[in-house]
Every structure is written in C-alpha cells, then in structure tokens.
Design a binder for this molecule. Structure first.
Ligand code: FRU
Length: 497
C-alpha cells in the first residue's frame, strides 16, 4: 500500500541498496569520522561479509566511500577495529606517515586451508582509509578456535606502560580475552574475563575504554561493553556493560556494594540500552577531546534478515556520547545524541496541561518527517502516565511510566508490520522520578524510535514500522491526573555543514 522507501531513515546511516550490520573500525583520523561496517556489497542478505565505508565530519552527514576491505574466496571480513598507528609501530607506514591499521576477524571460507577457524588479521591504509592492503603474514593471532572474533584494539597508556591492547571474544565460551602487542603483529595473552552469572548465550563485539567520573581526569573507571545474543525467544540481541578497573593486564569489575550505599540491589552489569534494536555497539578510537562516542547497529538478529525494507537492510543508531556520573552513591552511564541535528521547520510547543485518566490526542503531528519530541511530565496523582506516538487507527507505539514500580515501558506491539513472530515486544527499564518528574527525549525517524529518559541514564532504541499515515501523538494517564509540564516537537534534519 505504500512505497518500500517509506521506511528509509533520514537521520540515520543506511547503505543505499545493500545489507549492513555491525559498525566496524570506528576511528577519527584526518579530521573525519570513519564508519566502516559489516556489509554485503552484492545484496541485502547477511553474506559476502566485507567492510563497507562512509565518512563524516560531524557523525550525522555521511558520504559513502567504496568498499574498503572486500571478502574473497579465502575469507569473509568479520568485525573489528581500526587504530591510527601514530608511531608506525607496525612498519606499514613510514616516518611521519602513520598508517591506519585495521584489525579484523578472518572468517575463513571453505576453500581456505584454515576453514572452520576464526582468527585475527591486519590490513592497512596509507591514504587515510580509502584503500587497504592486507598484511602478508595474516592471521596475526590464531587460537585455533571456531568462534574467536571481533577484536577491539586501542592504545593503552598507564602505570604498566604504553602498548596496544586487544579485547576480543570467545563467543561461545562467553569470554572476553585480552592481549597486548608493541607492533600489532605479535600478540601476547594478558587475561580473560567471564561474568559470574554467565550472562547471555553468545558474546560478540566487546569494547573497553576509560571514562572520567564527573569529568574528573583523576577519577577514572573502565567500561567493558559486551554485546550478546540471548537464547531463542529471550529477546535476541542486547548490549550491556560492566564497570571496573583495568591495570593494563586484567579487567576487574567493581565489587558488589562498592558503589551501592543507597541500599539498591547492585547488579554485575547494566544495560547499555533497554530496547530491542541496539547491538554491536562500540566506540570511536581517537575522537577529539577524548569524547567517547558509541555507534550501535539498530537491529536484532532475531529478525534482522526479515526487515521489510528494500533495497537496503539495516541502519545504525544515532551516534551517542557517553559520560559517567556519580549519583546517589552509584555510578551512572549517561548517553546523549551527538550534536549536529537541526530543526528543519517550526517547533511546535505545548505548555502546562493536565492529563486526566485516559488517552488524549494532542494537536501535534509527528512522524511524516524525522522529529524530536521533548516532554516533561509530573506524576501528579496518576499511577501511570505517558505518550502514544505514531498513532493512527489501531496503531500506536506506547511509552508508559508506572509510578509504583518506577518503570518505563516501551511497547511496540501495535507498531505496524507483522514482520516476524519475535518482533512484537514491550520492554521495561527502571527509571527514578526526579522531584516527581520524568523527562523524555524521543527521536523519531522513518522506521525507528530512540528514547532517552531523564539525563540519558536509560535509553531504548527500537525499530517500528507504522503506516506512514500514523502520525498522531497522544498523552495518557491512569489512576489519577498527571501533568504535562511541557512538550516540544521539532522537525529534524541533518544540520548543514
Ligand atoms: C555480530 C557479528 C559478529 C561478527 C559479525 C559477522 O553481529 O555476529 O560477531 O563478526 O556479526 O557479520
């Protein structure tokens, strides 16, 4: 009934007419943010894995570049990272000519003598990332494992010295493995990390980085990100993080209770995002001003292959900047969308409004083009309150806060397109009110919603496929009267550069 391009995101990265999954090789170099990604150059299925490439000066406007590292009859190019080899430690560059070095997983093809193994390999670029040559001595790190993948390499400088550190996974063993190197060519094992609770089913795409607490460079914690897939029917792909310390050899998670003096149950890990579509999230190397910028694939392996979009499949979530804050004796990771999106037309605003029991339609539309909804509620006497967006007929995506449980739910069971039995979902996240108030920032694009609650300590990224005519917006309350303190809807476009 409507064109296949109806779900083409306007403010998110998609490939023109091919499949993408994980972001790879996120690096800022030569004044540009590079986005490499898992890509099938020949179609919209997960096959022929190669590294696609796009660049941006602001993380919002992307220009496509030719495929960077193509698959061949020997191997597929699985996920990995890129470093700027400033000191030419690898020898791939020359004096004053630091190479970019990609560390990727060789997923060996049937024709390869290594078939059945995944090992880590190198490629390098001497022209700022446009063209890449594979290293002759690949692979550089082989554990003779079938599921050793997704190396994230970064420069470690600390009390223990200055060297390259790799964190990768033994996916099926649910283990993060750490290695070090002086030249990116030879690697020695440092340590392994396993979670006590054996979280997830298959671990993939790890990342690890330091973050200052409250912006204080003298108070640093390490964040270990693990992306994992759950057992069939348990929610599919998810991203979590562990907080702790890294001494140059071992990641030690913060012990239970260490950060929890408010009596709240402390968990071993936290959710990086509570939605169904935030996976393979990793961060930029060398971002200016030590900014820590994360990009996730806005998808879920449960149904990624069934998305009703054509000729492309898959999108990246909006890039987010992460910060660590101490609040009420706990450390909280806060995320916000990077700057660069700009209003493309008049904002529409509503002032103070009582929200009595029931669903009440607002005189605002949102959804024909990308928009940002910013809303602040006061719970008042209500036991539940929230918003319904992309509403029309039976359709509507609901964001509801339960006051007693202190929980925010994103419900996309009536968000259109019956694309897969595992697609309909209602996911919950714990969120505390601040002085009875809940602040929401909601980014809507064709085919997706990203919610940032309060200061961004809780986020949800989800795909939705409503009919393009479903553009209604309503407020909702139950059990009493809530108050909408204010709401603004801003049409969004990438800001001109
Ligand atoms: C994660 C992942 C990685 C792998 C890549 C293959 O989504 O399965 O573990 O390297 O995708 O495309």
């Amino acid at each position: 009934s409507f064109g296949e391009e109806a779900y083409r995101p306007q403010i998110h990265y998609t490939a023109a007419d091919t499949w993408i999954n994980d972001p790879n090789g996120l690096v800022h170099a030569g004044g540009l943010y590079h986005l490499f990604f898992q890509n099938n150059p020949y179609g919209r299925d997960h096959a022929n894995m190669s590294w696609g490439h796009a660049v941006s000066s602001d993380l919002i406007h992307w220009s496509d570049r030719p495929v960077a590292i193509p698959c061949d009859d020997q191997e597929q190019i699985f996920s990995g990272s890129v470093v700027v080899d400033e000191g030419n430690t690898s020898g791939f560059g020359g004096p004053g000519r630091p190479p970019l070095v990609a560390v990727y997983t060789s997923a060996y093809a049937e024709d390869s003598p290594h078939h059945g193994v995944q090992a880590q390999s190198l490629a390098y670029s001497l022209d700022g990332g446009d063209t890449w040559a594979k290293h002759d001595g690949n692979p550089v790190l082989d554990r003779n494992s079938r599921d050793f993948r997704d190396p994230k390499v970064f420069r470690y400088t600390g009390p223990a010295g200055s060297y390259w550190v790799m964190v990768a996974v033994e996916a099926v063993e649910r283990k993060a493995v750490f290695y070090r190197s002086d030249d990116l060519l030879t690697w020695s094992h440092l340590s392994d990390f396993e979670s006590k609770g054996k979280v997830g089913h298959i671990w993939e795409c790890p990342d690890m980085f330091p973050l200052p607490v409250n912006g204080d460079p003298a108070d640093v914690k390490w964040v270990l990100i693990i992306n994992f897939n759950r057992e069939e029917g348990q929610g599919g792909s998810a991203a979590v993080y562990f907080l702790g310390d890294f001494d140059g050899t071992t990641f030690s998670p913060a012990s239970h209770g260490e950060s929890a003096d408010d009596g709240a149950a402390d968990t071993e890990y936290e959710w990086l995002d509570f939605g169904r579509d935030y996976y393979a999230s990793v961060s930029y190397n060398n971002a200016p001003e030590d900014r820590r910028i994360l990009v996730g694939w806005m998808n879920n392996w449960d149904y990624a292959r069934s998305l009703p979009t054509s000729p492309w499949r898959g999108a990246m979530a909006l890039p987010r900047e992460a910060a660590l804050r101490a609040r009420g004796g706990r450390l909280v990771l806060e995320q916000r969308v990077v700057p660069g999106l700009e209003s493309s037309g008049p904002k529409q605003s509503l002032g103070l409004l009582d929200v009595p029991e029931g669903v009440r339609s607002l005189p605002l539309e949102c959804g024909t083009e990308p928009c940002l909804i910013e809303a602040t509620f006061d719970a008042g006497s209500a036991t539940e309150f929230g918003l319904v967006f992309r509403q029309g007929g039976e359709e509507g995506t609901r964001l509801v806060y339960d006051v007693e449980r202190g929980e925010l739910t994103l419900d996309r069971r009536a968000s259109g397109a019956d694309l897969h039995p595992l697609f309909p979902s209602a996911d919950r996240a714990p969120v505390g009110l601040v002085g009875d108030r809940l602040r929401l920032r909601i980014y809507l694009d064709a085919g997706s919603v990203e919610v940032f609650a309060q200061r961004g300590e809780v986020t949800f990224a989800e795909q939705i496929f409503p009919d393009p005519s479903s553009t209604g917006l309503s407020v909702y309350a139950a059990g009493g009267t809530a108050h909408l303190i204010g709401l603004t809807s801003t049409p969004l476009t990438p800001a001109p550069v």
